[in-house]
Design a protein around this ligand. Sequence first.
Ligand code: MN
Length: 303
Amino acid sequence: MRFCRFNDNRLGLVEGSSVRDVTAALDVLPAARYPYPTHDVFIAHLDEVAARAKALAASGPLLALDGLKLLSPVANPGKLVAAPVNYEKHLAEVKSDASLHQNTASHTMTIHKAGVFLKATSSLAGPGEGVALRVPDRRTDHEVELAFVIGRTASRVPRTEALRYVAGYAIGLDISIRGTEDKSFRKSADTYSVLGPWLVTADEIADPGVLDLELRVNGEQRQYANTSEMTLGVAALIEMASSFYTLYPGDVVFTGTPAGVSPIDPGDEIVATIQGIGSMRVAVRADAAATAGAAGGAAAARG
Ligand code: MN
């Protein structure tokens, strides 16, 4: 099944180029009171929501996918985990380009030594929300990545059992300001973790380690690879992350980007595609406040 979240928090089932509105399926979620769960309740109850959505699908309104504003399919992840340098050719490109590794040696070491890092959950956005460049005078790059969503609580899970903990897959963009600061700082600006266009449930992807992925900017291909080239696959990443902390339903893992990262500018259109998932269009703009701030600064300087 393919679940999307769209417009003002509607829930949809994607059927080809149409979406069946099954928002009423969310009524099966338990009522919550403070303190709210720190996991995503939709993902924690995905089986019940899916059963209700199937029952509702026949009578749900059918909408054209084209006109919808797609949001992140997971609304409230407890954490966003991300893999650095998980493709050998990207590691080679980082090593050979000083503008890509200005901070520490951690940029040029393998993932086995670097481990995984965290991005702020406030950086999460859907493709329909676009990317707002927060610091327009700093180099900011696209990174297309297979992303997966944890389906049930996972602690110290060996890789041989790990795929059973995956709820589903989506396309991720790990938008990154280049520079000297810590990764969690440079990659956590609002909208810098794009997830979409929908969640493909794990039963539809038998092997996440054989998927082509591609990213185009304004129609030009910038990144093209296959997830078989990942140093640590999905199962190994779950083993690594869950050896240090518990993963909860709705936690999102970005699996790392292949070679071909390059700068993006306001007005660009990114199209990211992953085999078995689909494609998403993401518009790049300057953050309105950053632009106003820069203009105000210039005016003040002139004054
Ligand atoms: Mn990345």
